[in-house]
Design a protein around this ligand. Structure first.
Ligand SMILES: *Cc1c(COP(=O)(O)O)cnc(C)c1O
Length: 411
């Protein structure tokens, strides 16, 4: 393996290939680094050669066999690979899902009596966590307008301890000024947590933009194949230590089989994201020219909301974006989605296969409006697309068919 200096200078694709492959984790007996991937170590008990070894063992060190709950080279390889891709991170904690990672991070930072500020376009289960789990632990959640720094500052109070950001946000894709909000939070002693699932560290470096803890659902881009669930939280030394202790206290563990699948996905992530981004951009441009479409919500598209911030802060995109239909009804929008043959109907995203889901944020938001500012009141039925690895000409033909059905159902 190369020295760490070389590693830092490599491009993201090269780092994705090399990350986490320590020789002692990819060895066969007597042959360090003999295989490409760390083996799947299925193990609860780890055996010690004798009592003095058991007594001498530092019980809670990273990267040392101890007991199954502390992981094995399979999980350590994934965790280290993610740490190596996230600039300025000291370590990465793995969780059984993205939602578990969000809960793990928030329960590390927050205490009873604290207030959490949450961006109004947060992933819906994050909102539900605020109203449910966190409320039950005596933590209050308040929401703010994702695109308005003044709304964030106005929502801050003495008891505010943490802010949860998500950019671009779920369903409506608003890009937040993460560096400005993170800096404003830091000035007030507020800890910032970013849900960076959309961009991944390849598209946005959260810690380098001032965030304290970066959370990701690995279920999406890292898996990339819709067959595995996991989450992660990466941070600098202080928060990494606290995240790890809280996660150990909760008994959190991920399976070595799943970690091996995630490592497999990680190796090709850069190229999948690039292909999906190019395809999504072409499809977004095509949708923008369609008479049935009122607005395309795709920060990668010039002229789309959030594009300027995206260009300033991001180094890549992905296949996930939304569009809003001109007028129509919910039933017509359902007919459009039903007419698609290449797009599956289902939750999640970031897989190799394309998906479509309805976008109806009106009943969810409390600190921002839908339709978005500048949109007509009757343009409110949206569709979210996760563009996969199919040929974009085939996906466009499918959408053309769907829009024809929509037009028939709307006329
Ligand atoms: C899917 C998703 C999550 C949750 O991830 P799971 O692995 O499904 O629990 C969190 N944040 C965002 C933005 C997501 O899209």
């Amino acid at each position: 393996m190369s020295s760490s200096d070389d590693f830092e200078n490599y491009g993201a694709a090269t780092r994705g290939v090399l990350a986490g492959r320590r020789e002692e984790w990819t060895g066969t007996p007597g042959h360090p680094g003999a295989v490409v991937n760390p083996a799947v170590w299925r193990a609860s008990t780890h055996l010690y050669p004798d009592m003095s070894a058991l007594r001498a063992h530092p019980a809670n060190e990273d990267g040392r066999f101890y007991y199954g709950r502390r992981g094995s080279p399979t999980q350590w390889g994934l965790s280290e690979a993610l740490t190596q891709l996230e600039g300025d991170s000291a370590g990465t904690v793995l969780y059984p899902s993205g939602v578990a990672a969000i809960a793990g991070a928030l329960l590390t930072v927050l205490r009873p009596g604290d207030v959490l500020l949450m961006t109004d376009n947060a992933y819906e289960p994050s909102r539900i966590m605020g109203r449910g789990l966190l409320k039950d632990f005596g933590i209050e959640t308040r929401w703010f307008d994702p695109t308005d720094l003044a709304s964030f500052e106005a929502a801050c109070c003495e008891r505010t301890r943490c802010v949860l950001l998500e950019s671009p946000g779920s369903l409506t894709m608003e890009v937040q000024d993460v560096p400005a909000i993170a800096a404003a939070a830091k000035a007030r002693g507020i800890v910032s947590v970013l849900d960076n699932t959309w961009a991944s560290p390849l598209g946005f470096q959260g810690l380098r933009h001032g965030v304290d803890i970066v959370v990701m659902s690995l279920t999406k881009h890292v898996s990339g194949h819709s067959d595995c669930m996991m989450g992660s939280a990466s941070a600098g030394p202080e928060w990494y230590r606290k995240l790890r202790l809280r996660s150990q206290g909760m008994g959190t563990v991920v399976s070595p089989d799943d970690a091996a699948l995630m490592l497999r996905g990680l190796r090709t992530m850069k190229h999948r994201l690039e292909a999906e981004t190019a395809s999504a951009l072409g499809i977004a441009q095509w949708l923008e020219g369609r008479p049935e479409v009122a607005r395309v919500l795709c920060p990668m598209l010039p002229g789309s909301p959030g594009h300027e911030l995206w260009r300033r802060d991001f180094t890549g995109g992905c296949g996930l974006f939304s569009f809003v239909l001109k007028g129509g009804t919910s039933a017509a929008r359902d007919a459009l989605i039903d007419a698609l043959t290449l797009f599956g109907i289902g939750y999640s995203w970031g897989g190799f296969e394309s998906l479509a889901t309805p976008v109806d944020p009106a009943g969810i938001r409390t600190a921002s409006q839908w339709p978005l500012k500048g949109m007509d009141a009757e343009d409110r039925f949206g569709v979210r697309l996760s563009i996969g690895l199919e040929d974009s000409t085939d996906l466009i033909a499918d959408l053309e068919r769907g829009l024809a059905v929509w037009a028939g159902a709307t006329a």
